[in-house]
Write a protein that binds this ligand. Structure first.
Ligand SMILES: Cc1cc2nc3c(=O)[nH]c(=O)nc-3n(C[C@H](O)[C@H](O)[C@H](O)COP(=O)(O)O)c2cc1C
Length: 206
């Protein structure tokens, strides 16, 4: 598949079969994430700043991670209420209110959740870098015929220490985290051309 074809066909898959993803395909997707750009200045010549964790639905790690995401959602709700965010962000506030009391099972729509961790540095580019990691993995998954969905609830977890303990990362460092579902789509793996896109709003400045 050509790169642009994968870009056009990529979409968020929200219906997965129960079938386990083959180890070889998982590794092809992770390799694409490993190849994604990193912030050279922030990572200062080191090569041990990017980590991937493959988590199975129903596992002990899955349960612990969902507890942390749920806790983050409760904190988000407290912030919405204290700062009256529903006035400026009604859609967000509604989603936060809806999610605060519920186990975040949306993290495990697929049999697998992949979490990527990027070590924090200066300048702070770790969240941006994870965006590239996710997009590389998404395009590769599309090429391989795998469904993929971002699970950005993982990046909302506020308890850094708990995340580092859960993933066995060194306590003295900080990390950004991002998550995604990976699995076989029930149907409609590829995007239709009729889907809504952002406006083509381009200004060529003098
Ligand atoms: C930064 C970011 C975070 C996202 N987080 C989630 C998420 O947590 N759950 C989800 O289902 N989709 C998530 N999405 C996917 C978007 O909802 C989706 O890409 C958008 O609706 C366009 O649909 P498409 O991916 O099928 O083209 C996220 C997308 C971005 C860019």
């Amino acid at each position: 598949m050509e790169v642009y074809e994968a870009i056009r066909k990529r979409k968020s898959t929200r219906n997965y079969t129960e079938e386990e993803v083959k180890r070889e395909q998982i590794e092809q997707v992770l390799e694409a994430g490993r190849q994604a750009p990193f912030a050279g200045l922030a990572q200062a010549g080191k090569t041990d700043f990017r980590h991937f964790f493959v988590i199975k639905r129903g596992s002990e790690t899955a349960e612990k991670l969902m507890d942390l995401v749920l806790e983050a959602r409760k904190e988000d709700l407290r912030e919405v209420e204290e700062k009256h965010l529903e006035e400026k962000y009604p859609v967000y506030a509604g989603a936060v209110k809806n999610g605060a009391g519920k186990k975040p099972v949306d993290l495990f729509m697929a049999p697998l959740l992949i979490v990527a961790a990027e070590r924090s540095g200066r300048p702070a580019r770790e969240h941006a870098a994870l965006g590239y990691v996710m997009e590389n993995m998404w395009l590769r998954a599309t090429e391989l015929g795998l469904g993929f969905k971002l699970c950005s609830g993982v990046s909302d977890v506020k308890d850094q220490s708990a995340m580092k303990r859960l993933f066995g990362l060194p306590e003295e460092e900080n990390y950004a985290f991002e998550g995604c579902s990976l699995g076989y789509a029930v149907s409609d793996l590829y995007r239709e051309d009729t889907r809504q896109l952002p406006e083509f709003d381009v200004t060529y400045l003098p």
